[in-house]
Write a protein of this length. Structure first.
Length: 256
């Protein structure tokens, strides 16, 4: 695997390590492309402070730090500047306007909240509510259809614990939209390594059978998480089980 596009920084308030440590680890692990995609700052009302993402005021430092490191390490590895961004219709256009003012290579879609962080529910919380599943699928599809996202991170983050047939009925259109728009679906190494509800068999068996494209994402919140798939016990077995191949893991990035 030569590329990883899913890496965070301490600005998100739940990661550790310096950018340099991430880069040095990536080089050690044989990567040729390292993308930083920290949780995007959202233009929330001033009376709401998110503790799981950087603030808008931190964008300049985030990008300037990576620009300097990109130049310093240009002979060893390609550094890309991006964000992991939710599609929140209420804030999306304003968010794009903010981040476009600074160096930017790509964004990946990671729907953590529906319809947004302030007014909605966390998709990773266990639920038997079919409406939550319906809403997650609908918003995820709407986000992909903007055409801005280079891939869909942890597409099965929604922690629906109800009937498999219901899950597959509502998630099938998510997969089909990704196929129609040539958007890779991420197989998330962090989720697998930490025993989360994703990546899950019932999603990836269906996605593989439907002919989706895949990308592997380290989702690194610490430098040592920048690693190769074979270093995560059982992960390559999961990929083989679902006939998932990824090659060099290099994807085409969409302009923002």
């Amino acid at each position: 695997m030569l590329a990883n596009y899913h890496s965070h920084t301490v600005r998100c308030n739940h990661a550790s390590g310096t950018e340099r440590e991430y880069i040095e680890q990536a080089i050690k692990q044989g990567f040729k492309i390292l993308g930083f995609s920290d949780h995007v700052p959202q233009p929330y009302p001033t009376d709401y402070v998110s503790h799981i993402r950087m603030q808008i005021s931190e964008i300049e430092n985030y990008t300037s730090t990576l620009v300097k490191l990109r130049e310093e390490y240009k002979d060893d590895i390609q550094i890309l500047i991006g964000y992991e961004a939710e599609y929140f219709p209420k804030y999306f256009d304003k968010m794009l306007k903010h981040i476009r003012q600074f160096p930017l290579d790509y964004i990946i879609q990671g729907q953590h909240f529906i319809p947004d962080e302030i007014e909605g529910f966390y998709a990773g919380a266990m639920t038997e509510d079919e409406q939550h599943l319906i809403d997650y699928a609908a918003l995820t599809i709407e986000g992909m259809q903007t055409g801005y996202f280079s891939y869909l991170a942890h597409p099965d983050l929604i922690n629906y614990v109800g009937d498999d047939d219901v899950f597959q009925m509502h998630m099938r259109p998510v997969i089909q939209t990704a196929i129609d728009m040539n958007i890779p679906l991420e197989v998330n190494m962090l989720g697998f390594a930490t025993g989360r509800n994703y990546p899950c068999d019932r999603f990836y068996s269906m996605a593989s059978q439907m002919g989706a494209k895949f990308v592997i994402g380290c989702d690194a919140h610490a430098p040592l998480s920048i690693t190769q798939p074979e270093n995560i016990p059982g992960f390559t077995d999961f990929l083989q089980k679902h006939n998932i191949t990824y090659g060099d893991n290099v994807i085409e990035l969409r302009p923002v």
